[in-house]
Design a protein around this ligand. Structure first.
Ligand code: SF4
Length: 348
């Protein structure tokens, strides 16, 4: 159960995690060069920093690996560092812990969760699954360790289509927890699956009507979208894919000078870096803001990264029995995706 897993995490010496964090953050010398200190501590502790594309640019710039969920899981599986620091959200750090039980896995802010993972509580999900005996259970990596433990295979948005396509055509499949990704995989593979009705609050808020207005105002723009978006948004996209796929599309189309992007705003950092000649416009979300940011991802900051490296917590903790059960589905994903998305070290 994710809640139990979170409560078991090593939050530090204080009963009040947030109070402890504030106290330590307030005590940081404002003249300290945090970037230099983080680099020094990283070398001293033989730590590796993995950062998701949805993190702030300053965190991406300090990381050894920057990538999407698949690339970061691959990096976590291969690392020989003594300590893993995950600049991402809880389920990502949890996946790194599943693959590295003997290493400390640090998450700068333990409250960096995920709306999608939260919408798939293990008790409700397990009951629901009982309706589908004999089905292969595929779950998106954006799920708790407990949900991974009742899954046959884990997938990411980078490999979901490929993994489903590798299964025999008559094999019945349950797919969770993102209904939009599931529906897109159904379209790509021509397979009907049973879908869990979850969604991501960041991607579901992209608004097709406002996107259409933007397209009308920028007829020369190419629309790229993440498959966690609603179908009406995806219907307007020229290219649909994982965050890495969107980045690669931008990098491999120098002839396109203007992109409307429907995914979390953090990816703009790498897009602008590799295509300074291009213009990137955020697809408008329902919120009325001009860009979509994941509130969970943004809980990680430079200060919190420094503190977790310096103090060695918060760490992800997990029951060994749960870890072993969750590991099977994660390892199966890695084996089925060996030919996909090779690990990208920064600068690659
Ligand atoms: S962007 Fe959505 S799916 Fe990704 S961590 Fe945030 S809430 Fe979860």
């Amino acid at each position: 159960m994710e809640t139990l897993t979170v409560l078991r995490d090593k939050r530090g010496p204080s009963d009040s995690w947030q109070e402890d964090l504030s106290r330590r953050a307030d005590a940081i010398d404002p003249t300290l060069d945090l970037e230099a200190e983080i680099r020094r501590l990283k070398a001293e502790k033989n730590a590796v920093i993995l950062a998701h594309y949805y993190q702030d640019g300053e965190l991406q710039d300090l990381a050894d690996y920057v990538g999407d969920s698949l690339a970061l899981a691959q990096a976590a599986a291969k690392t020989d560092a003594s300590v893993i620091v995950f600049c991402g959200v809880h389920f990502m750090a949890e996946t790194a812990k599943i693959l590295n039980p003997d290493k400390p896995v640090l998450l700068p802010d333990l409250d960096a969760g995920c709306s999608l993972a939260d919408r798939c509580p293990i008790d409700v999900y397990s009951e629901w699954l009982k309706q589908y005996p004999g089905h292969t259970v595929i779950n998106y990596i954006n799920s708790s360790a407990a949900v991974k433990a009742v899954s046959d295979i884990i997938c990411t948005s980078s490999n979901a289509v490929d993994i489903v396509a590798q299964l025999p055509k008559d094999e019945p499949i349950v797919f969770g927890p993102d209904r939009h990704l599931g529906r897109w995989v159904e379209k790509q593979t021509g397979r009907k699956m049973v879908l869990w009705p979850g969604f991501c609050i960041v991607h579901e808020q992209f608004n097709a009507r406002r996107l259409q207005k933007l397209i009308d105002a920028h007829p020369d723009a190419t629309i790229i979208a993440h498959p966690e978006c609603e179908e009406a948004v995806l219907d307007r996209a020229d290219h649909i894919g994982s965050t890495l796929s969107l980045l690669k599309f931008v990098q491999s189309h120098p002839e396109i000078k203007k992109f409307i992007v429907a995914t979390e705003h953090g990816i703009f950092h790498q897009m602008k870096r590799s295509r300074p000649d291009a213009e990137f416009i955020c697809s408008p979300p329902n919120s009325g803001c001009d860009c979509a940011m994941c509130p969970y991802m943004r809980l990680n900051t430079l200060e919190k990264l420094y503190l977790c490296l310096r103090d060695g917590y918060p760490q992800i903790e997990m029951d060994e029995d749960l870890r072993v059960r969750a590991e099977r589905s994660v390892v199966r994903m890695l084996e089925m995706s060996k030919h996909l998305a090779p690990v990208q070290q920064k600068g690659d």
